[in-house]
Design a binder for this molecule. Structure first.
Ligand code: IPM
Ligand code: MG
Length: 346
């Protein structure tokens, strides 16, 4: 399913890469987020969730915009996204951050710091403070207004994300860093206890632990020390945005959200960039690379996924850049054109 312009660019790329491999997709496009609010009055219509759960994989465009920012919480596009993640039970969010040689100079970090970075943030996606109860607004004993949330993890939630993380690290460089705030938060102390318990099943993976404040610092000081990072929902939200900037632009980072079974959800980590909406300026690569993750992790179609990844590299090698990753000596193009380049070479 796809709606935003970027997703339609990604859909074209997906179709071409798949057709070369003899795969044919059937799409069902369903509204969600701002679009669904305009069409149906709710951010995640029941039909959309049903169609998503019945499909083999879900491709999602970015969802928000100024227009709906002031809506009540249950009518915000973000609420639809959280419901979709919850409904699909996609607890494991894989966010790879790779500094491509072609884009080293687009990174805000020095070349020698950014060059060669290849890390994977594994974010727990359906628990923690995003979903914990109790939550809400109220008044305290002094009659003052308060807002509150709960950071809570059950053992099974940590155990299952830990296993995804250890398995992923095993297929990469064999190094896993678990990020928490176990010097302060009970939920983090418990997180660490469960990570250590599951580690016994993976003696071949080198495990380390880091407090989130230190991890935020280390990511810009020496990101190459990281291979695979596993962390809770909110720390993963923050650290993955930080990691994306190492690669040059948040417009580059795809993500895959996976559950135990059932369809995965594939979406760029960036928002809908309402400040540049309709100007054909956005970088389509995060969504296109999300389509590659859909092929690889969602459908097991590695060859078609590799075609898309190669096409993206080829497009960059030919010097085509959207404005967020533009540097002098390269060719500035809009989103549609950049997407088309990827199609032409896939
Ligand atoms: C992300 C986004 C979402 C999140 C928002 C849009 C709800 O920031 O996917 O990282 O916080 O998870
Ligand atoms: Mg985020």
């Amino acid at each position: 399913m796809a709606l935003a312009p970027k997703s339609s660019v990604a859909k074209n790329v997906l179709n071409l890469a798949a057709s070369i491999e003899g795969i044919e997709f059937k799409y069902q496009e369903m509204p969600m987020g701002g679009n669904a609010l305009d069409l149906t009055g709710v951010p995640l219509p029941e039909e959309t969730l049903l169609a998503a759960t019945q499909s083999d994989a879900v491709l999602l465009g970015a969802i928000g915009g100024y227009k709906w920012d002031k809506n009540e919480k249950h009518l915000k596009p973000e609420t639809g996204l959280l419901k979709l993640r919850e409904g699909l039970k996609v607890f494991a969010n894989l966010r790879p951050a790779v500094v491509l040689p072609q884009l080293v100079d687009a990174s805000t970090l020095k070349r020698e710091v950014a060059e060669g970075v290849d890390l994977m943030v594994i974010r727990e996606l359906t628990g923690g403070i995003y979903f914990g109860q109790p939550r809400g607004f109220g008044t305290n004993e002094n009659g003052e207004e308060i807002g509150f949330n709960t950071e809570v993890y059950a053992a099974y939630e940590v155990d299952r994300i830990a296993r995804v993380a250890f398995e992923t690290a095993r297929k990469r460089q064999g190094k896993l860093c678990s990020v928490d705030k176990a010097n302060v938060l009970e939920a983090s102390m418990f997180w660490r206890k469960r990570i250590l318990a599951i580690a016994l099943e993976y003696p071949d993976v080198e495990l380390s632990h880091m407090y989130v404040d230190n991890a935020a610092m280390q990511l810009v000081r020496n990101p190459k020390q990281f291979d695979t990072i596993v962390t809770n929902n909110i720390f993963g939200d923050i650290l993955s945005d930080e990691a994306s900037m190492i690669t040059g632009s948040i417009g580059m980072l795809p993500s895959a959200s996976l559950g135990e079974s059932g369809p995965g959800l594939f979406e760029p980590i960036h928002g809908s960039a309402p400040d540049i909406a309709g100007q054909d300026k956005a970088n389509p690569l995060a969504t296109i690379l999300s389509a590659a993750m859909l092929l690889k992790y969602g459908l097991g179609e590695e060859n078609a996924a590799k075609r898309i990844e190669a096409a993206v590299l080829d497009t960059l090698n030919r010097g085509f850049r959207t404005v967020d990753i533009y540097s002098s000596g390269t060719k500035l193009v809009g989103m549609q054109r950049n997407g088309r380049r990827s199609i032409e070479v896939s």
